[in-house]
Design a protein around this ligand. Structure first.
Ligand code: SAH
Length: 249
């Protein structure tokens, strides 16, 4: 296997995948095992942190549904300072670092300070969580595109979305949207989606605690009350395929 040399890179922005530890990439796994310090967000599966060296340090800068325990500026600085003080720094993020993960901002902060970094893509929850619920995000003859949308904005409330652009039949996947589910549903109804349009909410996907609620725009808010986060919302005809494709747990 030919490999790009990363000897002089000591900071890695690493995707942890959606929860199932076996969905870690081999590259992520090796970096975690070798890390001197891990700076991590809220992870669907904390067991990943047991795979480290004994003397590995941990910093929890966890974000919960877009709300930061540690402000992003500070996170950037922590990563930067760690890069100066440790041989191997892993910045570990749920799913993929570039899918609503602010990995780009962190990488720019390092770049501006002449720090070399690597990006290790992860299995994003946007696709893998539906897959573990038996819902393909595209399906020949049903739908041929999908969109991943943030259901939250940094300062609370709902993200500014051009709802008219959601009039298409493409599969809509909302991350960080559970607390705004009623607003999402309202807006989809407003642009003309039918009340019986299929929706699923998937909580703690790919883990042993995975819960899948299947409903329609009419009843999904009621059905998914009290579901724990992290959870994603998937809207579209593909949700019906779960009836045949449900395979997990
Ligand atoms: N970078 C991440 C997404 C960060 S935003 C990725 O690529 O997956 C965080 C949101 O991702 C959560 O609010 C939730 O909507 C979704 N999410 C992450 N892990 C999840 C899981 N195991 N089950 C359901 N949703 C999940």
């Amino acid at each position: 296997m030919k490999k790009r040399i990363m000897n002089n890179i000591n900071v890695h922005l690493v995707g942890a995948g959606p929860g199932d530890i076996e969905l870690l990439t081999i590259k992520a796994y090796k970096l975690i095992q070798n890390a001197d310090i891990i700076i991590y967000d809220r992870l669907a599966n904390k067991d990943i942190l047991k795979e480290t060296k004994e003397n590995c340090k941990f910093i929890d800068v966890g974000k919960i549904d877009g709300k930061h325990l540690v402000p992003q500026d500070e996170i950037n600085e922590i990563i930067y300072q760690s890069s100066l003080n440790y041989n191997s720094v892993v910045r570990l993020k749920g799913g993929d670092p570039f899918v609503f993960g602010r990995g780009g901002e962190e990488a720019i902060y390092l770049k501006d300070r002449d720090i070399l970094f690597s990006i290790v893509p992860g299995v994003t929850s946007a696709i893998s969580v539906p897959a573990y619920a038996g819902i393909p995000v595209t399906q020949r003859g049903v739908v041929n595109s999908f969109r991943v949308i943030t259901g939250h904005k940094a300062k609370g409330g709902l993200v500014n979305l051009d709802w008219d652009s959601c009039k298409t039949d493409e599969t809509l996947i909302f991350l960080m949207g559970l607390s705004n589910l009623n607003q999402i549903v309202e807006n989809l109804l407003k642009i003309g989606k039918q009340e019986n349009y299929p929706v699923a909410v998937i909580s703690k996907g790919t883990t042993k605690e995975q819960k899948v609620i299947v409903g329609t725009l009419k009843n999904i808010v009621e059905l998914s009350k009290k579901l724990p986060t992290p959870a994603l919302i998937i809207v579209g005809e593909v949700v019906n395929l779960r009836e045949k494709l449900n395979w997990f747990i």
